[in-house]
Design a protein around this ligand. Structure first.
Ligand code: CP
Length: 320
C-alpha cells in the first residue's frame, strides 16, 4: 500500500480487518515495524477521534507521531497553480508539502470540502496536492469526499457482529438525519463505497428527496425515501447527516421527523446503532437510542485505533 485515500487503496478488505483484529488482541506485536519512522498528522480541520486514534496507532507500531494543527498554527496555504500571492495566503502547497516530505516518512492529512465548489471538492483538489508535492505516502484523515479510516472502522465493527447474525447477509441501513448546519457527504459516500466493495451486507440507503448521494459511491444499494420501509428488519442502522450533493452543500429540507427514535426502530431486527461521532443528541438521534444497549458507537470509535494501525502497518511494510 502506497497511499490510503479511499477504498481503492485498501486491497483486500478482509485482510485489513483481520490485521486490525490481531492488533486489538496484541497492540504492540509489531513495534519494530515503525521504529525510527515518523508520521506527520496535518489537520486543516478539527478532530478528536481521528487525531488521537492515529497517534495511538502510530505509537503502537513504534513510530513517532507529530501532530500539526495547520489551520490554527501554520501559515495560510495557497493551492492555486500560478497564483499571484498578494492576498492573505502566505505559503504555497508546492513549497510546504516537499518540506513535510523531508521531515516525515508518512503524512496524514485532514481536509474538509469547501461545500461551495463541487468540482474542486469532488476532484480532491487539496488532498491531491499534498500527494503530488510531498513525495511520501499519504493517509486520508478525512478528505473532501471520503473518510476511509472511518469506513474501515465501520466494517471492522459490523464484522464483529457477523457471527451473531442468522441471515446470509445482514441488512445494513444508512439513514440521513437532521442537523443544524450543512455537513460534507464524505462519511456517507465512504460508508457506501466500503459496504459495496466488502459485499457482505444487504445495503439500503434512506434519505429525504433532494439528498441523493453521488451514484459513483452508492452503486447497487437500494435507495428509498421511506425511512420506515428501510428500517424494517434492519440489523445495523448507521445514522448520519449530509448536505445536498445535487444543490451542492445546501440544506434542502431539515425535516426533524427524520431523527432516529426508539419507536422507529421497533420494526428493525433489534438493530445495532452506529454513528461516526461527533453526534448532535436529540437532533440526529434521541438520547434513548444513543444510551440504549443497542448503540455500539463507543465500540465503533474505539476500533478507530485498530483500523489506523492496520493501514499504517501495511504502508510501513511497503515503504521503499
Ligand atoms: N469520526 C471522526 O472522524 O471523528 P473526529 O472528527 O473527532 O476525528
Amino acid at each position: 500500500m502506497t497511499n490510503f485515500l479511499s477504498v481503492k487503496d485498501a486491497g483486500n478488505i478482509n485482510e485489513l480487518i483481520s490485521s486490525a483484529n490481531n492488533f486489538r488482541i496484541n497492540p504492540f506485536s509489531q513495534q519494530s515495524l515503525g521504529r525510527g519512522k515518523r508520521i506527520g498528522l496535518i489537520f486543516l480541520n478539527p478532530s478528536l477521534r481521528t487525531r488521537l486514534s492515529t497517534q495511538i496507532a502510530a505509537q503502537n507500531l513504534g513510530m513517532e507521531p507529530v501532530v500539526f494543527n495547520a489551520s490554527q498554527d501554520g501559515w495560510s496555504l495557497e493551492f492555486e497553480e500560478g497564483a499571484i500571492m498578494n492576498g492573505t495566503s502566505v505559503e504555497h502547497i508546492k513549497d510546504a508539502a516537499p518540506i513535510l516530505g523531508r521531515y516525515f516518512d508518512i503524512l496524514g492529512v485532514r481536509t474538509f470540502p469547501s461545500l461551495k465548489n463541487k468540482e474542486e471538492d469532488y476532484n480532491e483538489y487539496v488532498l491531491n496536492q499534498f500527494v503530488k508535492y510531498s513525495g511520501i505516502p499519504v493517509v486520508s484523515l478525512e478528505s473532501a469526499t471520503v473518510h476511509p479510516l472511518q469506513s474501515l472502522t465501520d466494517v471492522i465493527t459490523i464484522n464483529d457482529y457477523l457471527p451473531l447474525q442468522t441471515k446470509m447477509k445482514p441488512k445494513v441501513v444508512l439513514t440521513w438525519a437532521p442537523h443544524v448546519k450543512p455537513l460534507p457527504q464524505c462519511v456517507a459516500n465512504s460508508f457506501c463505497e466500503w459496504i459495496n466493495a466488502w459485499d457482505k451486507c444487504d445495503f439500503t440507503i434512506t434519505h429525504p428527496a433532494g439528498y441523493e448521494l453521488d451514484k459513483n459511491f452508492t452503486k447497487g444499494a437500494h435507495v428509498t425515501n421511506s425511512q420506515a420501509q428501510a428500517l424494517k428488519d434492519a440489523d445495523f442502522v448507521y445514522v448520519k447527516n449530509w448536505s445536498s450533493y445535487r444543490d451542492y452543500g445546501k440544506i434542502e429540507d431539515n425535516d426533524v421527523n427524520w431523527m432516529l427514535t426508539k419507536e422507529k426502530l421497533s420494526p428493525s431486527n433489534n438493530a445495532k446503532i452506529m454513528h461516526c461521532l461527533p453526534v448532535r443528541r436529540n437532533v440526529e438521534l434521541s438520547d434513548e437510542v444513543l444510551d440504549s444497549p443497542n448503540s455500539i458507537v463507543t465500540e465503533q470509535a474505539s476500533n478507530r485505533v485498530w483500523a489506523a494501525q492496520s493501514v499504517l502497518a501495511q504502508i510501513l511494510k511497503d515503504l521503499p
